[in-house]
Write a protein of this length. Structure first.
Length: 669
């Protein structure tokens, strides 16, 4: 399963960069990167900068580096209202305020990264070496994002070239024969800038906790089925075509393989446990790109347009043994498939700033989603035996989505900011039939001279079913209705002395026609789900070199569907605490600590009548020590995730990693 293509490519690029950048080592300090300014879907008018009516949080590149987050899932785990969990699929899922990851719209420079098949995404395949900041907009976000983001939107804005030339090389080693190498290089002038980056990660395994009780399926030490390889390349270019006109191009590629760890419980009398399965996703190849054009002059009119494409091919496989190397046993259901997904789209936005009368933005978007599945599966029962025969599998589907949106921002008073929006969304299925839905939002923010701000917002959002939910063999249902959610939010923010900001947010989300599989394993619309809770967050930088962040999230999730046996929804923690802190001394030494605590979540039996159990509460502590040299041109670091080797599960029967110690070095020029 090991891929050597990216290793060779990364080595060649690294050597080239070292040769080209040799003169830059003589500079006093590394050049700074910029940001890819044409990658945001929603750009506030100048008068409304930093005055959003709904909750918007950001993670900076400096914070990502402090916590040694090498992939997107690691960067998001501390954010209030977000739960990052790994279950039976062996893929981290990003849930937001009780919604699943398919309800979170993920964009990278405006390019959708949600799978056209099931609407989900794999954040562990998205590296962080090219990320300038991550912008997280919650459930009362702008209508300009279109349909799909019932929970919210995660928009990744990548780095870009700055003034001068710079770059970095990084190498890291961790337990489990886990090796990571990455680079970036960039440069720019007043007219143009360019940025390029890449990384390759090869992991043989990750260890379970020393406190894990071995089972027939999982012993001590290395986790069965935890091998993974990931490679990524990325580049962007920004060019000033003429006064007020800017062109941007961004593109990337990815590849890899990974195994999915099986359940550690092999007991068909356990009503809660999945039986062990040995699944893998191999030969992953992806490519994506965006081209954007913007106009912003002294006139009140501005315009932006961009086109994008995102392609992904992968081979899902199920083996019949824990070595992941055989499909020959006819008594075990296995499969060998190839899946391709494609997204193509175009967006256009024009805005007019009426000054004291507000700003009006028109957004138009069109998108085509494709899904192609082929291969073989062994699930055809041979009469009179316990054996299965192979059969061919083929499924090819697509759909089109169109959006027209209008947003109005106005400040009727100097301290009062208001936003109103409405969107109309259309769905066109290739198998016939169509659907549509309207989204709308309204919100206000009032700022006091004392540094206090009060915010309130409401949004009615819709999400069309995914291609899987419509057309999956056996489980698909082409008569599904769109999911609809009414989202309410109120918040108070307070700016304190010593560069400290605190916020208290209350949210209430009521979802109708929520799509999940029923007991017959077929997707159905359910009557009503409700998610409500509070988020308290504090960020502080009281003195030079010190960064502190604390948050608490309380969430209550309820199934309000008539006749449902469930009350509280499963794998949605009621309580989450997160703390991060870093101190950087003048001589370049820094210490980072992170604490993450989850409590009070339940799960249910696989069959009816449903039984409920509680998942254990747990706290995980991370630590990183770093030392930089020669004006931050070089740095070395040592750290540990899960310092105290906590034995815990994010899903029943699937233990999380134990203590993982890592070390690395980085050179900047």
């Amino acid at each position: 399963m090991r891929s050597r293509v990216y290793t060779g490519l990364l080595t060649a690029i690294t050597c080239s960069i070292l040769a080209l950048a040799a003169p830059a080592w003589a500079e006093d300090k590394p050049a700074a990167t910029g940001q890819y300014s044409l990658g945001e879907v929603v750009v506030e008018a100048p008068a409304f900068k930093g005055k959003s009516v709904g909750t918007v949080r950001e993670i900076t590149a400096a914070e990502i580096e402090a916590m040694n987050a090498t992939t997107l899932d690691q960067a998001l785990k501390m954010v209030p209202g977000i739960v990052v969990r790994s279950g039976a699929e062996g893929v981290p899922r990003v849930d937001m305020r009780g919604f699943r990851s398919r309800h979170v719209l993920l964009l990278l420079n405006g390019v959708p990264f949600n799978s056209t098949f099931d609407g989900q995404f794999d954040p562990s395949m998205i590296p962080t070496e090219n990320i300038a900041r991550i912008k997280i907009s919650y459930s009362t976000h702008s209508v300009l994002y279109g349909q799909g983001g019932l929970a919210g939107v995660i928009n990744i804005i990548t780095k870009a070239g700055g003034e001068g030339v710079g770059g970095s090389l990084k190498g890291q080693a961790a337990q489990g024969d886990n090796y990571l190498g990455s680079f970036n290089v960039y440069g720019g002038s007043e007219k143009a800038n360019v940025f390029a980056s890449g990384s390759y990660n090869d992991r043989n395994n990750w260890p379970v906790s020393d406190n894990f009780q071995a089972t027939s399926e999982q012993g001590d030490g290395a986790r069965v089925g935890s091998e993974k390889q990931r490679g990524n390349l990325f580049a962007d270019l920004q060019y000033n075509l003429a006064p007020d006109w800017n062109l941007g191009v961004a593109a990337g590629g990815l590849g890899g393989n990974f195994q999915q760890p099986p359940s550690t419980i092999n007991n068909n009398k356990d009503a809660f446990a999945n039986s062990p399965k040995y699944d893998a996703v191999e030969n992953i190849v992806g490519a994506y790109g965006q081209a954007a054009l913007s106009y912003q002059g002294e006139s009140p009119f501005s315009m932006r347009t961009w086109v994008y494409a995102n392609y992904l091919k992968e081979d899902p496989k199920r083996y019949d043994n824990a070595n992941y190397n055989s499909m020959s046993d006819p008594t075990v259901k296995t499969y060998n498939l190839e899946q391709k997904t494609d997204i193509y789209g175009i967006n256009f936005q024009s805005a007019y700033d009426f000054k004291r009368w507000g700003a009006l933005t028109l957004g138009l978007a069109a998108e085509q989603d494709k899904w192609d599945l082929s291969g073989q599966t062994r699930d055809k029962r041979i009469n009179g035996t316990k054996k299965y025969a192979w059969r061919d599998v083929s499924n090819n589907q697509d759909l089109n989505i169109y959006t027209a949106a209008l947003e109005y921002q106005v400040s009727p008073l100097s301290a009062l900011d208001m936003t109103f929006g409405i969107s109309q969304n259309w769905l066109d299925k290739n198998s016939g039939g169509s659907d549509n839905g309207t989204g709308y939002m309204a919100g206000a923010r009032y700022g006091f001279s004392t540094g206090t701000a009060l915010k309130a917002s409401y949004a009615h959002m819709i999400r069309f079913p995914s291609l899987r939910q419509f057309y999956e063999e056996d489980g698909g249902n082409d008569s599904l209705e769109p999911e609809r959610s009414d989202n309410f939010e109120v918040a108070v923010e307070q700016q304190f002395a010593y560069n400290t900001m605190a916020s208290l947010t209350g949210f209430y989300n009521e979802v109708q026609d929520y799509i999940e599989k029923d007991t017959d394993d077929v997707f159905q619309n359910h009557d009503k789900y409700r998610f409500q809770g509070i988020e308290f967050a504090v960020q502080s930088r009281p003195i030079d070199g010190l960064w502190l962040a604390f948050s608490y999230t309380y969430m209550d999730s309820q199934d309000l569907s008539s006749g449902s046996e469930k009350d509280e929804l499963q794998y949605r923690p009621r309580n989450k605490l997160a703390f991060q802190g870093q101190y950087l001394w003048d001589f370049g030494f820094s210490v980072y600590a992170g604490v993450l605590y989850y409590a009070d979540q339940v799960y249910y039996s696989r069959t009816e009548p449903l039984q409920q159990e509680s998942l254990g509460n747990y706290a995980v502590v991370d630590l990183k020590l770093a030392q930089s040299f020669y004006k931050n041109m070089f740095s070395v670091y040592l750290g540990a995730d899960n310092v105290f080797d906590q034995d815990y599960e994010e899903s029943y029967g699937y233990p999380a990693p134990g203590r993982i110690i890592y070390a690395g070095l980085e050179a900047r020029f």
